[in-house]
Design a protein around this ligand. Structure first.
Ligand code: PLP
Length: 310
C-alpha cells in the first residue's frame, strides 16, 4: 500500500493521471520505449540525451531519429521526415546535467503539436527544484499540460538515493504495468526508500519555500562566480559547471577544493568532450548563503593558485 500511495502522490505532484514506480529512472527509461512504440512508430531523440534514454531507445523497434542538441530547425526537419510513421515521440532531457542547460520545451511542444507528436521528458535534473513549485522543467516553462510523459528519479533532489518512475496518462501507465520489462521482472523499491520519497514529496507539496530557495541560491552562486572571473555553463540551473578546459587543471582544483572541505567533482574526457573539462558544482537546498560564499572564496583562492584566474 505504501507503494501505491507513493504512485498516487507522484501523479498528484506532477498533475498527471497516474504513475508507476521502478527501482531506478534507468529502469523507467529502459522500459518505456519498447512498451510504447512499435516498428511502425518513430522516436526523435536529442543527441545529448542521457545514456539511459539512449539505451531505452536501443531496446525498441521504432524508427530512430537523432536531432542536434536543442536545435529546433533540425527537430522540425526530422519531424517532417517522420510524418510517414504511425506515431511520433519526441524524447528529451528536461535539463541536461553536463552543461546545466534547459531544453526549449515551449518550442518542442509547439513543434509536437504542429506535427502530431507526443513529448517525453526525463526530469531527473529538474524534479523537486525547477519551476515555482519545484514540479520541474514543464512547470518552469509553462507547458505542464503539453508534455505527455515524464520519467524521473527519486534518487537525486528527492534524496532517496534510489527509485524512479513514469507519470502520465492512465492508459499508458496501465500498459507499462502489463508490458514494461524492468517493472515486471525486477524487485520493487525497498519500503524505506518509498517512505523517504513520500516524505520528500510531502515537504515539497506543503510549501514552495524549498523550491524558491533553490533559485535564489543558484543565482547567488552563479553571479558571484561570474563576477570572480569564472565561466559557468548553462543558465538558472543548480548544476553549475565551472568551465576550465584542461583536464589536469580540473582534477587538481577539485582536489584542492576537497582539501578545503568542499566536495566538488572534476569531469573530463570521455565524460565530456576533449578540451571541455570542468568542475561540476551542485547547489543544494541545505546550503546556506554562507556555504555558498565560502565555496566562491575557495574557488577564487584555488583558481589563482593554479592559474585559472589572473
Ligand atoms: N536520467 C538522467 C537524465 C540521469 O541523469 C540519470 C542519472 O544519472 C538517470 C536518468 C538515471 O537515474 P537513476 O539513478 O534513478 O537510475
Amino acid at each position: 500500500s505504501i507503494h501505491k500511495d507513493l504512485e498516487e502522490k507522484i501523479a498528484r505532484f506532477h498533475q498527471r493521471e497516474d504513475a508507476i514506480l521502478y527501482a531506478s529512472c534507468f529502469d523507467a527509461n529502459a522500459g518505456i520505449f519498447e512498451a510504447l512504440l512499435t516498428p511502425e512508430d518513430a522516436v526523435l531523440s536529442d543527441e545529448l540525451n542521457h545514456a539511459s534514454i539512449i539505451d531505452g531507445i536501443r531496446l525498441c523497434k521504432a524508427n530512430k531519429y537523432r536531432y542536434k542538441h536543442m536545435d529546433m530547425q533540425d527537430l522540425e526537419a526530422k519531424l517532417q521526415e517522420a510524418q510517414k510513421h504511425r506515431l511520433r515521440l519526441v524524447a528529451t532531457d528536461g535539463a541536461f546535467s553536463m552543461d546545466g542547460d534547459i531544453a526549449p520545451l515551449r518550442e518542442i511542444c509547439q513543434l509536437a503539436q504542429k506535427y502530431d507528436a507526443l513529448v517525453f521528458i526525463d526530469e531527473c535534473h529538474a524534479t523537486g527544484f525547477l519551476g515555482p513549485n519545484g514540479r520541474g522543467t514543464d512547470e518552469l516553462l509553462g507547458v505542464m499540460d503539453k508534455v505527455t510523459i515524464i520519467n524521473s528519479t527519486l534518487g537525486k533532489a528527492l534524496g532517496g538515493a534510489a527509485g524512479g518512475y513514469t507519470t502520465g496518462p492512465k492508459p499508458l501507465i496501465d500498459l507499462l504495468r502489463q508490458r514494461s520489462r524492468p517493472y515486471l521482472f525486477s524487485n520493487s523499491l525497498p519500503p524505506a526508500v518509498v517512505g523517504c520519497a513520500s516524505k520528500a514529496l510531502d515537504l515539497l507539496m506543503e510549501s514552495n519555500a524549498i523550491a524558491q530557495s533553490m533559485a535564489a541560491k543558484t543565482q547567488r552562486f552563479r553571479s558571484k562566480m561570474t563576477a570572480a572571473g569564472f565561466t559557468i555553463s548553462g543558465k538558472d540551473h543548480p548544476i553549475c559547471p565551472v568551465m576550465l578546459g584542461d583536464a589536469r587543471l580540473a582534477a587538481v582544483m577539485a582536489e584542492d577544493m576537497l582539501n578545503r572541505g568542499i566536495y566538488v567533482i572534476g569531469f573530463s574526457y570521455p565524460v565530456v568532450p576533449k578540451g571541455k573539462a570542468r568542475i561540476r558544482v551542485q547547489i543544494s537546498a541545505v546550503h546556506s548563503d554562507e556555504d555558498i560564499d565560502r565555496c566562491v572564496e575557495a574557488f577564487t583562492e584555488v583558481g589563482r593558485k593554479h592559474g585559472a584566474l589572473p
